[in-house]
Design a protein around this ligand. Sequence first.
Ligand code: ZN
Length: 358
Amino acid sequence: MGSIPVAPATKRFSISFLFCYNKTMRRYHPAILYTEIIVWGVLLFTILGMLFAADIVAGAEISDKRGDFCARVDTDAPVLTLVGDNSINLTLGAEFVDPGVEVADYCDVEQKVDGEVNSAATGEYKITYTATDERGNIASVERVISVHPEYRGTIYLTFDDGPGVYTSALLDILKKYNVKATFFVTGVGDDDLILREYQEGHTVGLHTWSHDYAYIYQNLDTYFADLARIQERVKNITGEESHIIRFPGGSSNTVSARYDGGTRIMSALANEVEKRGYTYFDWNISSGDAGGANSSDAVYYNVVERLVDGGSSVILQHDIKGFSVDAVEGIIKYGLDHGFVFERLTKDSFTAHHGINN
Ligand code: ZN
């Protein structure tokens, strides 16, 4: 029996990329293949594992430093920035969508929003946004949301012939609603009331000292002598001259014709007062409180039913009449609820001039 020649292993299995491959049989040597796969697998896991571990350690160190900084060192408050305007006007009934804030801080921040907007009721609402970081540094910003009806016009409340015993109560009402008005004062009443009118931001206008038609409408001299007297009173009280005037009876009055000897005094006065730097104001809505209306309700309806839509309403009332003063709060509420704004008369206001008759 001859011996069977055994081919050397190197010839039966060639090395092909580390895996043993039998070219003749065209297959891998199974034991070696599996071993190779296991060895390479373990090696790969080990390398990846080491890489991950290194990363986690590095990350933990950063996190530790950050945590330490945020908890004990950080003195910078978060930076809070309003998204959108710091004051927002909202029409009554419209939905309020809060544009929110942007917060920037290195450390973790806790955010809080205080305040609510009731768009079903007119008014001013404040929203406060607060951000507190881990060390307790606080930042806050505010936003004001004004809920109002759409603009319907401007109301100028004007009160003639005072001050009087009802003026103080009237000033309280105006203050309650932060409404500014105009007072055409005369020689009557307490100086303190005129001072209060002035100090509380109302316009103190001149109505003549005596309000005596027979005297003031005789001629230019008598009118201006009387006007100088009320001017002096106002200046003594407020420290300022007033150049806002109203003629007793208005520029359209015809009573003056009884006393002017046919000189057309109102035409002359309208020219002359402007030349002397005054602006005279009439009215386009009479409350009727000087005749016709004798109750608060009558005054109220005379005013609110005649308000000029989209324009200026200069309203004539008298603060020497209690029932007229009693109607003011209702008029203000109606105006505010219906989109009107209240302003005092100034030199640039709507003058509501009447047609002059003589
Ligand atoms: Zn008057």
